[in-house]
Design a binder for this molecule. Structure first.
Ligand SMILES: N[C@@H](CCC(=O)N[C@@H](CS)C(=O)NCC(=O)O)C(=O)O
Length: 215
């Protein structure tokens, strides 16, 4: 079966899925979606994902959307290497770490939210402060969890679902000039994971639609 990932190089939700696919050793074709040009809202892409958001993963004609759902599907269909620990309580902790990023940071900082703020008259500095504020708020919650449960990675001694989300979110934090000094455990875990080949293959700069300098 062939897989096609609709992705955008710097966008964190597709980045999460690229990491998961790479960790599970799943090859895929890459279809870039130009978010700055608004391609995600066009008819052609909405025929793939009516929500008009990336990622979407075509698995032999069926399309999966929502990065967490895709990562959970990957985990259920390819249990090795595991993205979730065996113990149900530990699994809940990993999912909770992932949810802080996926539910409580990222949706507030999405491109369409930035556009909405802009339409309401908020200038670029205001939008940047908004973005940074929600990253800081989420990282404040995540840091003690990584401190407590991390063992080199966000949870334990191997990459998990939490790292699939953390590494892109740290990438985004750096992109938006958030100084990571207040969260040493987060920074160390993300930097450690980023060294692994699967994480490197998924890095924005390695994608076919990567631009040489920030747009
Ligand atoms: N909850 C969704 C979020 C998807 C999402 O917001 N994707 C962003 C890129 S990170 C996007 O396509 N944004 C386009 C836009 O806001 O217009 C997921 O986890 O897949």
């Amino acid at each position: 079966m062939s897989y096609t990932l609709y992705s955008a190089w710097r966008a964190t939700a597709p980045y999460r899925v690229r990491i998961g696919l790479a960790l599970k050793g799943v090859a895929f074709d890459y279809v870039p979606v130009d978010l700055l040009a608004g391609e995600q809202r066009g008819e052609a892409y909405r025929a793939v994902n009516p929500q008009g958001l990336t990622p979407a993963l075509d698995i032999g004609g069926r399309v999966l959307t929502q990065s967490l759902a895709i990562l959970e599907w990957l985990e259920e269909t390819r249990p090795e290497p595991p993205l979730l620990p065996r113990d149900p309580l530990d699994r809940a902790v990993v999912r909770s770490m992932a949810a802080i990023i996926a539910c409580d940071i990222h949706p507030l900082n999405n491109t369409r939210v930035g556009r909405a703020l802009h339409r309401m008259g908020i200038d670029q500095d205001g939008i940047l402060a908004w973005t940074q504020g929600w990253i800081r708020d989420g990282f404040d919650a995540l840091e003690p969890m990584v401190e407590r449960h991390g063992g080199g990675f966000a949870f334990g001694v191997a990459p998990s679902l939490a790292d699939c989300l953390l590494v892109p979110q740290v990438y985004s934090a750096r992109r938006y000039q958030v100084d990571l000094a207040p969260w040493p455990a987060i920074r160390a875990a993300a930097d450690r994971a980023a060294e692994l080949p699967a994480f490197q293959a998924a890095h924005p700069d390695r994608q076919p639609d990567a631009k040489p300098s920030p747009a």
